[in-house]
Design a protein around this ligand. Structure first.
Ligand SMILES: Cc1cc2nc3c(=O)[nH]c(=O)nc-3n(C[C@H](O)[C@H](O)[C@H](O)COP(=O)(O)OP(=O)(O)OC[C@H]3O[C@@H](n4cnc5c(N)ncnc54)[C@H](O)[C@@H]3O)c2cc1C
Length: 360
């Protein structure tokens, strides 16, 4: 498509991660043409251990899918992404990567998005699924556009179980020691196998004592989170300190997994962010997933909440509603979801406050 000429579809989704893909899949059941704009080309992200419920894809699309397309159980982000992405391609969604949206808005009875390289996309409805630093939220809630740093971080790492001699439990474990919390979880193998030795294990270590390094490296500026703390930004002394803390605070087998990740310098420091929404929709524009609401990963419900957003939106925004009253459908979506996501957000804020207070 050349610049100057708009690409037109029924539905425009900004953000092609899990919330964007699930929303596109849920809306695909109504036969809409859907364009999904994703800024990155790199889809190799980690960070979350996601609980995928049985039949999630079928619930989203209302269709049957090849067995194993999206394995159930506790999954790594990448496995879930691959399953949803495959289903979205099967559903005929137009997925454009390397499409960084710069502005969104509404004119002449359409919503639109323009990219940094001057491409213009139009749709009857635009959905912001662009994560905690959402540009669509900036348009929808200009008076309070930003998610805020919750004053602590999660160190996150993943290891191959086969590289470790310790035996890991079959289920997720939550441990507490001194000012820290640790979530350890075995992940189902990429092919869905829960077999010991073929699994990966992941851990998230919550820590309110290392905020200074986030500020020194620019990962956090004021109350705003800019990015995660990458291993390359972490001095050797910090890895040594984390290893000493792990030996002191965490028992085997999780200590073994943490030390193995530290030895490989495969640890990410993720600042925790939160956003409690006042609004989910306005005119032809609405928000889903982390763009709409973010709370601490300690609650473990970001993915399930994004799936509920997608399903609720598809309940109100069907082919008839898109034709006759898309604004009314988005208002109904907001009225149905806002009380629940605010309740979840408040409880997440309380969990964060309690954790930070107990750490001081
Ligand atoms: C460390 C960590 C641990 C977590 N643990 C859990 C857990 O245990 N359980 C759980 O349920 N959830 C967990 N979550 C949360 C969960 O991953 C998310 O809630 C869920 O994946 C939904 O994310 P999303 O798609 O809304 O946002 P994101 O994954 O942030 O995706 C946003 C997408 O939009 C794209 N984008 C952004 N701006 C633009 C733009 N201008 N133009 C085009 N594209 C753009 C981005 O590149 C990205 O692909 C965790 C999150 C973190 C960070």
């Amino acid at each position: 498509m050349s610049s100057g000429q708009a690409h037109v579809s029924d539905i425009l989704i900004v953000g092609g991660s899990l919330a964007g893909l699930m929303t596109g899949l849920a809306l695909s059941r109504h036969g809409f043409s859907i364009a999904l704009l994703e800024r990155s080309t790199d889809t190799d992200r980690t960070g979350a251990a996601l609980q995928v419920g049985y039949g999630l894809l079928e619930q989203l699309t209302g269709r049957r899918h090849a067995p194993g397309m999206l394995a159930t159980g506790v999954q790594a982000w990448q496995s879930v992404y691959r399953g949803l992405r495959g289903a979205a391609e099967d559903a005929g969604m137009l997925i454009l990567q390397n499409a960084r949206v710069e502005t969104v808005g509404e004119d002449e009875g359409r919503a639109f998005a323009t990219t940094v390289d001057n491409r213009r996309f139009e749709g009857a409805v635009l959905i912001g699924a662009d994560g905690y630093q959402s540009i669509v939220r900036r348009y929808l809630c200009p008076e309070r556009p930003d998610a805020m740093f919750a004053d602590y971080l999660a160190w996150v790492g993943f290891a191959e179980e086969s590289a470790l001699s310790a035996r890991f439990p079959p289920h997720l474990e939550f441990l507490e020691s001194g000012p820290y919390l640790l979530l350890g979880f075995p992940l189902t193998a990429a092919d869905g196998s829960p077999e010991r030795g073929r699994r990966r294990v992941g851990w998230g270590w919550y820590d309110a004592g290392h905020n200074a390094i986030l500020r020194e490296t620019g990962a956090v500026e004021g109350d705003l989170v800019r990015h995660s703390l990458r291993p390359a930004d972490m001095p050797d002394a910090l890895f040594d300190e984390l290893a000493a803390l792990a030996r002191r605070h965490w028992p085997s087998p999780w200590r073994d997994a943490i030390l193995e990740c530290i030895a490989r310098k495969a640890v990410l420091g993720t600042p925790v962010v939160q956003y409690l929404p006042d609004r989910l929709a306005s005119g032809r524009v609405c928000l889903v997933g982390d763009a709409a609401h973010v709370c601490t990963p300690m609650t473990g419900n970001g993915f399930a909440t994004a799936a509920d957003d997608a399903l609720t939106l598809a309940r109100f925004l069907d082919a008839e509603a898109l034709r006759s009253d898309p604004l009314g459908a988005l208002r109904s979506y907001e009225a149905s979801r806002l009380p629940e996501v605010r309740r979840l957000g408040r409880s997440g804020q309380q969990i964060s406050q309690n954790f930070v207070r107990a750490s001081r």
